[in-house]
Design a protein around this ligand. Structure first.
Ligand code: PPS
Length: 291
């Protein structure tokens, strides 16, 4: 039941992939903030890379009009996984970081309402199913082929970033401490243009109608999947089993129905759905559901 120490280590109640270190993660509470910083916070598999791409398209004209060819991870690196040993203190402004940290481990000064935080969440059945497929593809995450075992680990929070419920409820219940915009994967899926506009407004970036159109067009699932940068096709060979999948997999709402049995879904509901009632979010479990 316990996650393998080869793949995950625990720090203050959450799990991290072993390609970062406990000391580094612990140091991030003191990470120095700039007022123009933007942090994209998510629980894994909730739309991080999607929103990362949207932010990059909004902020960088050279990305939007195709004149600059830069890896997304170089533009918007992961805060707690500094895989390329970048000098985070001296990145060009505005710095944008992606993070799976829970609210209580992020740089302390963010809690003074400095900088911007965008938090994206997704219905947890789709998150879990996405994680299941991801674990076969990414070699740094333990592959769990037994879906029942994967589900028990997920429900117990013994996966990357810990408990889904704790992550989402923590960020929502501490919203007042942060300058924060909440989005859901499902609302982005239903109306991408509105989500792009919300992000522009929140980070104070004015784009023309044509520029917004361009961001939206380049951020659809189909177009991102065709774009090697957006689809993270340039990951080092030892990080991904490229014959076993890709970063952008299916990109739908309700894919859980294709894999979870009725019994598994009921077990999931029994453990999580009751507790989810405390969340101020109405999750969409099927793309045909009303928002
Ligand atoms: S990670 O590894 O935590 O950074 O993963 P994350 O990026 O949060 O989540 C991956 C899922 O997001 C889907 N995705 C998209 N869906 C719709 N539209 C766009 N443009 C898009 N880009 C990424 C991706 O396919 C993963 O979901 P699944 O369900 O596995 O397809």
């Amino acid at each position: 039941m316990e996650p393998s120490k080869e793949y995950l280590f625990e720090y203050k109640g959450v799990y991290f992939v072993t390609n970062t270190s406990l000391e580094y993660v612990a140091s991030l509470e003191d990470f120095e903030i700039r007022d123009s910083d933007i942090f994209l916070a998510t629980y894994p598999k909730s739309g991080t890379v999607w929103t990362q791409n949207i932010l990059s398209l909004i902020i960088h004209e050279g990305h939007r009009n195709g004149t600059e060819n830069m890896e997304t991870m170089d533009r918007i690196p992961w805060l707690e996984y500094n895989l390329k040993n970048m000098d985070y203190a001296n990145l060009p402004l505005p710095r944008v970081f992606a993070t799976h940290l829970p609210y209580y481990l992020v740089p302390r000064d963010l809690r003074k309402k400095r900088a911007c935080v965008i938090y994206v969440s997704r219905n947890p059945k789709d998150v879990m199913v996405s994680y299941y497929h991801f674990s076969k593809y990414i070699t740094t995450v333990e592959e769990i082929t037994d879906f029942n075992l994967l589900m028990e680990r997920f429900l117990a929070g013994k996966v990357v970033a810990g408990s889904w419920l704790d992550h989402v409820s923590g960020w929502y219940s501490h919203a007042e401490d942060f300058n924060i915009l909440f989005l859901t994967y499902e609302e982005m899926k239903k109306d991408l243009r509105s989500a792009v506009l919300k992000i522009c407004n929140f980070i104070g970036k004015k784009l023309s109608e044509a520029e917004v159109d361009s961001v939206v067009r380049q951020a659809t699932f189909e177009n991102m999947k065709k774009d090697p940068r957006a689809n993270y096709e340039n990951l080092p060979d030892d990080m991904a089993a490229k014959d076993k999948g890709s970063f952008l997999r299916k990109g739908t709402v309700g894919d859980w129905k294709n894999i979870m049995t009725v019994a598994q879904s009921e077990r999931f509901d029994q453990v999580l759905k009751e507790k989810m009632k405390t969340l101020p979010i109405k999750f969409i479990w099927d793309i045909n559901d009303e928002m």
